[in-house]
Design a protein around this ligand. Structure first.
Ligand code: ADP
Length: 190
């Protein structure tokens, strides 16, 4: 198995690049953000619990997020690997993921950090809101999401850096250029 984490601030292009990666390498894509939005649309119990948090750009509690993720991994026993998008977002999530994968004799192989500065993120999300209509793409909510990223999520980077798994990818440029830089890294493993 090959397991990849795609990491970066809101609007870094994780979804865009993940879609291209799964197409090329046939990995299962797990996006916790997409999963939460699906629960909200379907008005499940979980959806009701997290709706307000997502709308405000606040991170969902670790225990809820970790349980949901583990269930999704368990529901895909026959895949050749996973791409984790939007997870882990806290060090506790990263530790839980390692522990969980260990029970399956698996591990995270590579963490790709899409590097995009704050000005560019704000520009991109303002554009995206025109088409997505996502409540959390609203300018005031975006500030909260960026704040959550710099308060909690960036601490995941040294965690993977210490494990020697972190590779930084320039996230500004042509989608295809960024993708070819990504494939150059993945191809060293697959
Ligand atoms: P982004 O555009 O920031 O990459 P996502 O679609 O990944 O957004 O996530 C949207 C929202 O879902 C987050 O702001 C947060 O409320 C919630 N969420 C997603 N993943 C996680 C996670 N791993 N831990 C906690 N909350 C999460």
């Amino acid at each position: 198995m090959f397991n990849l984490v795609i990491f970066g601030p809101p609007g870094a292009g994780k979804g865009t690049q993940s879609a291209k990666i799964i197409e090329k390498y046939n990995l299962a894509h797990i996006s916790t953000g997409d999963m939460f939005r699906m629960h909200i649309t379907q008005e499940t119990e979980l959806g009701k619990k997290v709706k307000e948090l997502l709308a405000e750009g606040i991170l969902v509690p670790d225990s809820i997020t970790i349980n949901m993720l583990e269930e999704e991994v368990n529901a895909n026993p026959d895949v050749s690997g996973f791409i984790f998008d939007g997870f882990p977002r806290t060090v506790a999530q990263a530790e839980a993921l390692d522990e969980f994968l260990k029970t399956k004799n698996e591990k995270i192989d590579l963490v790709l950090q899409l590097d995009v500065n704050e000005d560019e993120i704000k520009k991109r999300i303002a554009e995206r809101q025109k088409v997505s209509g996502r409540a959390d793409d609203d300018a005031s909510k975006l500030i909260k999401r960026i704040d959550e990223y710099f308060q909690k999520t960036v601490h995941v980077l040294p965690y993977y850096q210490e494990q020697g798994k972190l590779v930084k990818i320039e996230g500004i440029g042509e989608i295809e250029t960024i993708f070819s830089n990504i494939t150059a890294e993945i191809d060293q493993y697959i």
